[in-house]
Design a protein around this ligand. Sequence first.
Ligand code: C5P
Length: 229
Amino acid sequence: MFTSVIIPAAGFGERMGATIGKQFLMVNDKPILVHTLERFERSTDIQEIVLATQRSSFPIIEEIRQKYSLSKLQSPVEGGQRRQDSIANALKQIDARAEIIVVHDAVRPFVHLKEISQSIETARFFGASIVAVRAKDTMKLASTDGRVERTLNRSSLWSVQTPQTFQRKILVDAYEFAEKHNIVATDDSFLVEQIGISPIIVEGSYENIKITTPDDLLLAELLFNRFIP
Ligand code: C5P
């Protein structure tokens, strides 16, 4: 079944405090983005990689494609104001044959091939899947002024990551619905939930961090020394 992956990589990395997008920072001799792209280039479940990035980064992407022989990587798509806009733009460029669409953050290079394949397998059967890990900490619900309102039941809480994988029609319908009703989300699952679909959780690993702040960069250096894809 033809499967495409959308990689949103148009963020500015404000929380990293760097002058370039965090996806272009070097870890273990390569930009973070390249490590992520290599996971999907290597996955036999993926036929096409569609990357959304800022127009000013298009020449870098071309260089990266050649230098690292990324044969599945298509010409980049321009990113938008929010992650959601970047993905909406990428969705328009997906190959007509694609039946399954995976979405994966550019800044999560520690995704295992097994997580990609399990996520795809689950979405094929159930329509939508998300990779997540069990919450480790006790979680509290608080008011905006920081007063605890209640303690949530940890056994039913999950920290959600990517990949998030969908049958094509489900993701397209969810994005159309979100646009029509001005729904804003930080992940794709939320948009799919709005059209009445409940994604299935695929249990992932705590290694699959989103490199966001300078601390994560230090952790990433350590993780690379022991990472087995
Ligand atoms: O900002 P956040 O950490 O949620 O970003 C997750 C991913 O979404 C990153 O890979 C980032 O480059 C991407 N993104 C994007 N377009 C935006 C904002 C973020 O593609 N406007």
